[in-house]
Ligand binder design. Structure first.
Ligand SMILES: N[C@@H](CCC(=O)N[C@@H](CS)C(=O)NCC(=O)O)C(=O)O
Length: 301
């Protein structure tokens, strides 16, 4: 065969090339979407109100160490709020896969399973309207804004130090492994390494913070801690003498971050500069978490 007769790719017209490109793109999108279809929108509404005679059972992670309410700041938030208003509950240990929408916390109240800290608190406020002290419309607005500032913004700086920063990751991994039975450590270690950590990295990347340098992440985090510290000032709670939902949120996240273990020391140093936030967290812990009698923790069904 002479060189001039050797195999040559057939040439495509511009419209054929465009069509083939579009078809390949559509196929790639279809395959990617199928692979990422873990996101499920649930059609049913979360229950809004229950029967006040039912027992409240809170499902969440266990305590992270002897001083911290839970591995999950959202679980601590719900626990703190129920303790602020004096609602007795039983806490049972659970994993996210057991939750109605795959996340902890959730409560079981009679026939109602209620997920998501925000929905749980609203549901309990409606079911037990007498327990919570009413706030003025302006205070209510401030409480909503501060809660979301903490959960949706400040949280991601803390998240970086817990899950992404190498020192934080080593500590949290050790704590998680120490909290599971010995026989489960090898599969849990594998799960942490192969799935949990990569998911955390992706989550922070998609949120945006994961694309910044550590110095930039710390600068933003420090600014937010300073803002929260200013909002608290010398007051007992964020809105004055009585704790509100925003205090439950602040406690959940600060307590989790101030844990003596499982925390990157750089973060603890940053937090310790805000002495009013540290004292506030310790005050809430002492006032509401040092008594266990009415708040039974059990891992049994
Ligand atoms: N918006 C939810 C967030 C709860 C949440 O992120 N829970 C985490 C534990 S801290 C979880 O269960 N994650 C498992 C997952 O998302 O797969 C709430 O306020 O309760």
């Amino acid at each position: 065969m002479s060189k001039s007769q050797s195999f040559r790719l057939p040439t495509l017209s511009t419209s054929q090339a465009l069509g083939a490109g579009l078809a390949a793109g559509a196929l790639a999108l279809y395959v990617l979407n199928r692979r990422r279809s873990t996101y499920k929108r649930v059609a049913d509404n979360i229950p809004r109100v229950g029967d006040e005679s039912d027992e409240i059972v809170l499902y969440g992670f266990d305590r992270m160490s002897d001083v911290v309410a839970s591995f999950s700041p959202y679980v601590s938030k719900v626990e703190a709020w129920m303790r602020f208003v004096g609602l007795p509950y039983t806490k049972r240990l659970a994993l996210p896969a057991q939750a109605p929408r795959g996340q902890l916390p959730f409560i079981q109240h009679g026939d109602n399973a209620v997920p998501d800290s925000e929905f749980i608190i609203k549901y309990l406020q409606r079911t037990y309207p007498e327990v919570d002290k009413p706030l003025s419309p302006e205070q209510e607005a401030l409480s909503v804004m501060m809660s979301h500032f903490i959960e949706d913004s400040l949280y991601y700086g803390l998240f970086y130090h817990r899950w992404i920063h190498p020192a934080g990751w080593e500590s949290i991994k050790g704590l998680v492994l120490a909290s599971v039975p010995k026989a489960a450590r090898i599969p849990v270690r594998y799960q942490l390494q192969a799935s949990v950590r990569p998911n955390m990295v992706t989550k922070l990347h998609q949120q945006g913070l994961g694309r910044l340098s550590e110095a930039d992440i710390n600068m933003l985090l420090d600014e937010k801690l300073a803002a929260l510290s200013q909002m608290l000032g010398e007051k007992k709670y964020l809105l004055g003498q009585e704790p509100c939902v925003a205090d439950a949120t602040a406690f959940g996240f600060l307590d989790n971050a101030l844990a003596s273990e499982g925390v990157n020391p750089d973060l603890r140093d940053m937090l310790s500069q805000y002495s009013n936030l540290v004292a506030y967290t310790e005050r809430i812990r002492a006032a509401y978490f040092d008594m266990e009698m009415r708040f039974e923790t059990t891992s049994e069904e």
